[in-house]
Each structure stands twice: as structure tokens, then as C-alpha cells.
Design a protein around this ligand. Structure first.
Ligand code: GLY
Ligand code: MN
Ligand code: MN
Length: 462
């Protein structure tokens, strides 16, 4: 947990930005896995963590913008719980630990909500992403279950996005801690990526390393020799020489700040000629992102710029043809990269996407593109100092997509389908780092993880 003052200041800013009414910030509850008492690992809600920092289920934080009062609600445990959990601090003590002077039980929260509705004061809440919390809002505010999302507060969403988008130095330090653990996850797995091993062995190693850093993985590990499937979560394949292995994995710190790193390595440790060619193209694009990202440029513009580098590379290989600017304007290169360049990262690996990604990644000035590929860019807006975003270009030869585009005759002016057919067995490559936008440009966060062909081959040989 950060110091009490951090949470007090964040809440004060939030009350100021929202301006009026009552703000409800729900913590998470335990979630049953296969029966009630056998739960998934507990993950506190990130907004609750940001403003209250407490790792306990069943809590709700309330901020009264009109009176300036903050209140923590939750039911204290009794002796029937204590025999199973051991003694735990009371709700009042938890609140005091983060500078909240007032507390109450859930019944008191219900009464406060009724009173506030009676006073015709606005009650702000975020769109719940878990059904138990959606049910709780429905009950507290007397709303139909299905109406809850519709009445979520845009003012609150925007105030949260404004504050959480700019990472403080103490948040950056936490993210770099998560990347230090990701270094161990990735370097260890790279060394294991030898023929005869199975994907699940490397994925399991990574999960163990994440736990040794005192947190869980930040999303299910992607460890696959079929990297052409963008989020491939199966881990059953045996590693074979000649395949590229895509390893996309990160972890959370004990405070739930995240890392999200991708490395792609040749099984066995030596890049062959085709792997070298594609890897070089993706790496050039990944490094160009680092060179050009700075405050004032939109990430949409950065993706367009680095797409030109990808297109030049594919042209040199004979996969694409024609004028590079025209290729990119038409979106023909996106056949090999049907996703966006990156997303915000912080307390969530895709930071704040529970608010609705449009509010996080876009604004009135920058609207989402409708072009295939660029339309999947999660954060397209103007970069600002303090943003943490991922830089994750890739190249994928997706047989079903190639066949579909070919059958439809898409972009035949720019795509050499005969050449492309020869790459259908290649798989995919993605390279991902987490970058901090600084005053002049950007900085790759954390201890550098082997990334050039030379660094990867040397690491895998050691
Ligand atoms: N790990 C998913 C992503 O890179 O966005
Ligand atoms: Mn990733
Ligand atoms: Mn990512």
C-alpha cells in the first residue's frame, strides 16, 4: 500500500473533478470457482485499489462531493469467520489506515443511498463488470438489473480516466517492479525453449516466477508455437525446431500494478533465414515506436507511421507491392497485423478498460479508426507525459484470413497472394515492451529484456 496521504489526495481530486453528489466505488467479492468455498484467487477492483488501496473483499467506498466526507462501508467479521480467517482488522481500522474517518455496515450504506435519492442528489457509480456488483447497485439504488449499466456516471468515468492515465513516480516504480519479475519470467522461459519441451512447461515456469515476485500473472500466459492466433491460450504443443515461439506474459506486484511483455524466440535458439527476416521487420517497427512516441502525437499516428516500416519490409520480401503510403492508406498491411499497437497499462493490464475502452483510448479529438487493424487500437488518443502504454507490433500469417482476403480479391493491387501462400506455415511474431511517455519522448520501462536477434541467441545459448 502507498502512504495514507496518496489515497487522501487521490480522493480529494476525484471529489473535486466530479463536483457534486455521492460517488460509490465498489470493491470486489470472492468469486466461486467450482463451489462457493473454493474461490478463484481474490482480485480487488482496480478503481477501489486506486482510491482506497485495501485488499479485502466486500468493501464499498463512498465519497460525498458536497460534504467532502469519505466513508468506508462493509460488514465486520465475527467469531464464526475468525476461526477460519484468523483475526482481521475492523472496517473502521481499515478505513483509518487510508485516511477515511467514517465507516459503516452495508445496512447503513443502503440507508445513505435512500436518503441521497430522497434529496435528489446524483449518485455516481462505474459500470459494474461483475454480476454480483451489478446486483448490489440494482438493490442499493432501486434500479432494474439491466438498467444499471445504462445509468453509470460518465462524469465519474471521465474523472477516473483523467487521474489514472497519468502515472505518478511511485506507480512507475511499482510497474518497474512488475517488469523486473517479467524479466525473470521471460529470460528463464527463453532458455527452456528447446525442442522436446512442451508449451505448458514454459507457461508453468512463468506462473511460478510471477508468484515468486509475490503476485499473480497479469493475464493468462500466451505461450505458443502458433503465434498467428493472437491470444492463443492453449499450451499443449511440443516445441519443434523451425517454429517461432510467442511468449506474451506479465505479472502483477503485490499491489496489483502490472507488466505486459512479449518476446518471440526460435525454438532451439537459432533464427533461420525466414525468421530473421520477419523478426527484423517487427523489431524495426517496435523500435520506431520508441523513437517517435512523445507528448502531442496520437498513438493512432504512431501506428500509421510504423505501419509504413512494416509495409517496406513486406515489400522487400515480395509479399506486398506498390507504393508504401498507398498500401498503408488502404490498410493492406493489416492482413499481417490485425491488431492495434498498444493499450494503456497500470493497475489493469489493459488499464481502465472496464470503464468502456472508448473513454480510455479516445476523446472528442481522436475517434477510433474504421480501418481493419487500426480499428483494434485500444489507445489511439494524443499521448501525454505520464502515460504508460504498450508498444507491441507483430506479424502474423493467419491462413484462414489470408484465404478469406484472397477469395474476396481484397487489395490485389498491393498483396502478392502467390508469395504470401509460401508463408502460411510460418506462425507469428510479436515484440512488446511497456513505455512511459516523458517530457521529450518516451522511455522503455524496466530492466531491458533480451530483444535483438543477437541478445536472444546469446541468452538461449547460455
Ligand atoms: N497480453 C495481451 C496484450 O498484449 O494486450
Ligand atoms: Mn501482451
Ligand atoms: Mn499488451
Amino acid at each position: 500500500m502507498f502512504s495514507k496521504e496518496t489515497y487522501v489526495a487521490r480522493r480529494e481530486q476525484l471529489r473535486k473533478d466530479v463536483g457534486h453528489g455521492l460517488i460509490i466505488i465498489q470493491g470486489n467479492n470472492e468469486a466461486p470457482c467450482n463451489y462457493t468455498d473454493n474461490t478463484y484467487w481474490f482480485r480487488q477492483d482496480s478503481t477501489f485499489l486506486y482510491f482506497f488501496g485495501i485488499q479485502r473483499e466486500g468493501l464499498i467506498g463512498v465519497l460525498d462531493c458536497d460534504s467532502g466526507q469519505d466513508i468506508l462501508f462493509g460488514n465486520d467479521i465475527d467469531i464464526d469467520d475468525i476461526v477460519w480467517t484468523g483475526p482481521l482488522p475492523s472496517v473502521k481500522e481499515l478505513g483509518e489506515s487510508v485516511g477515511v474517518a467514517h465507516s459503516g455496515d452495508i445496512k447503513a450504506l443502503q440507508q445513505l443511498c435512500l436518503k441521497t435519492v430522497g434529496e435528489h442528489r446524483r449518485i455516481h457509480y462505474l459500470p459494474p463488470y461483475r454480476s454480483d456488483n451489478q446486483r448490489q447497485i440494482s438493490k442499493l439504488l432501486g434500479l432494474k438489473f439491466n438498467a444499471v449499466t445504462r445509468y453509470a456516471s460518465l462524469d465519474l468515468i471521465q474523472a477516473c480516466v483523467k487521474q489514472r492515465s497519468i502515472k505518478s513516480n511511485e506507480e512507475i516504480a511499482e510497474i518497474e517492479k512488475a517488469i523486473a519479475t517479467a524479466y525473470n519470467m521471460h529470460v528463464g522461459a527463453m532458455k527452456m525453449a528447446m525442442p522436446g519441451r512442451y508449451e505448458y512447461e514454459l507457461a508453468g515456469y512463468m506462473e511460478g516466477q510471477a508468484r515468486m515476485g509475490n503476485g499473480p500473472v497479469s493475464f493468462p500466459v500466451i505461450m505458443t508455437i502458433h503465434g498467428e492466433t493472437l491470444h492463443n491460450h492453449s499450451h499443449n504443443n511440443r516445441l519443434e525446431t523451425g517454429r517461432m515461439l510467442v511468449m506474451d506474459a506479465g505479472c502483477e506486484t503485490s499491489m496489483n500494478y502490472c507488466s505486459d511483455i512479449t518476446r518471440s524466440v526460435p525454438v532451439g535458439g537459432h533464427f533461420d533465414e525466414r525468421q530473421r527476416a520477419i523478426y527484423g521487420i517487427v523489431l524495426a517497427a517496435q523500435l520506431a515506436t520508441i523513437r517517435i512516441s512523445r507528448p502531442g502525437i496520437t498513438y493512432q499516428e504512431v501506428q500509421t507511421e510504423i505501419s509504413k516500416i512494416l509495409a517496406v519490409g513486406y515489400k522487400d520480401l515480395g509479399i506486398l507491392k506498390g507504393n508504401v503510403d498507398d498500401i498503408v492508406a488502404a490498410g493492406a498491411h493489416s492482413l499481417m497485423m490485425p491488431h492495434g499497437l498498444g493499450h494503456m497499462m497500470g493497475l489493469d493490464v489493459h488499464d481502465m478498460e472496464n470503464y468502456g475502452q472508448i473513454y480510455v483510448g479516445y476523446d472528442d479529438e481522436t475517434r477510433p479508426s474504421e480501418q481493419f487493424g487500426l480499428d483494434s487500437l485500444r489507445c489511439g488518443r494524443k499521448l501525454e507525459e505520464g502515460f504508460v502504454v504498450t508498444d507491441e507490433p507483430g506479424c502474423y500469417f493467419i491462413p484462414a484470413l489470408i484465404d478469406q482476403w484472397h477469395a474476396k480479391g481484397l487489395h490485389t493491387d498491393f498483396i502478392n497472394y502467390d508469395e504470401l501462400d509460401r508463408w502460411k506455415d510460418f506462425g507469428g511474431i510479436r515484440i512488446e515492451d511497456d513505455i512511459l511517455i516523458t517530457q521529450e519522448g518516451c522511455r522503455v520501462l524496466g530492466k531491458p529484456i533480451p530483444k535483438t536477434i543477437k541478445e536472444i541467441e546469446e541468452t538461449m545459448a547460455s
